[in-house]
Ligand binder design. Structure first.
Ligand code: HEC
Length: 126
């Protein structure tokens, strides 16, 4: 083999091994907040919430969009709403009470609250 061919093969080899390292440096907290919101959406869809809550229309309960507009997307409000989802709630939006969800783990309820609070486009405050 002559030299140019060997050089050509060598550089082709380097090229093939060089690529493939990209990305992976996105904003961590923004990323995980989006993931938790997504989890919350799946949980809301899988639970009984939709019997009483439509995303944008009031049915038995307030629309989840109205809930998002009423409250700031803070850690404190995530916890407060998660607590009401688990224990039930009444008197905030009207006379009809929300049933309790005592079997719901707190982290699931918090992610549901995150999803609801994200619906008006507000980002989670850390
Ligand atoms: C039986 C009907 C019903 C079901 C099922 C239900 N809700 Fe509600 N929800 C309501 C009503 C009615 C209210 C308003 C209660 C009030 O005025 O305090 C409410 C209020 C809320 C609020 C606002 C609480 C506040 O303090 O402003 C959130 C958030 C919420 N529901 C989320 C959920 C989620 C998530 C689920 C599913 C796990 C769910 N709800 C299931 C009827 C329901």
């Amino acid at each position: 083999m002559n030299k140019p061919v060997i050089l050509l093969l060598f550089s082709a080899f380097l090229f093939a091994c060089g690529g493939g390292k990209e990305g992976g440096n996105e904003n961590e907290s923004k990323n995980s907040s989006a993931e938790l919101i997504k989890k919350g959406e799946l949980l809301v869809n899988a639970s009984d919430c939709k019997t009483c809550h439509h995303q944008v229309n009031k049915i038995i309960g307030p629309s989840h969009l109205d809930v998002a507009k009423k409250y700031e997307f803070t850690q404190a409000n995530v916890k407060m709403l998660a607590d009401r989802i688990i224990k039930g709630s009444s008197g905030v939006w009207g006379d009809i009470p929300m049933t309790a969800h005592p079997d719901l783990p707190m982290t699931d309820a918090e992610n549901m609250a995150r999803y609801v609070l994200s619906l008006d486009g507000e980002a989670e405050k850390q």
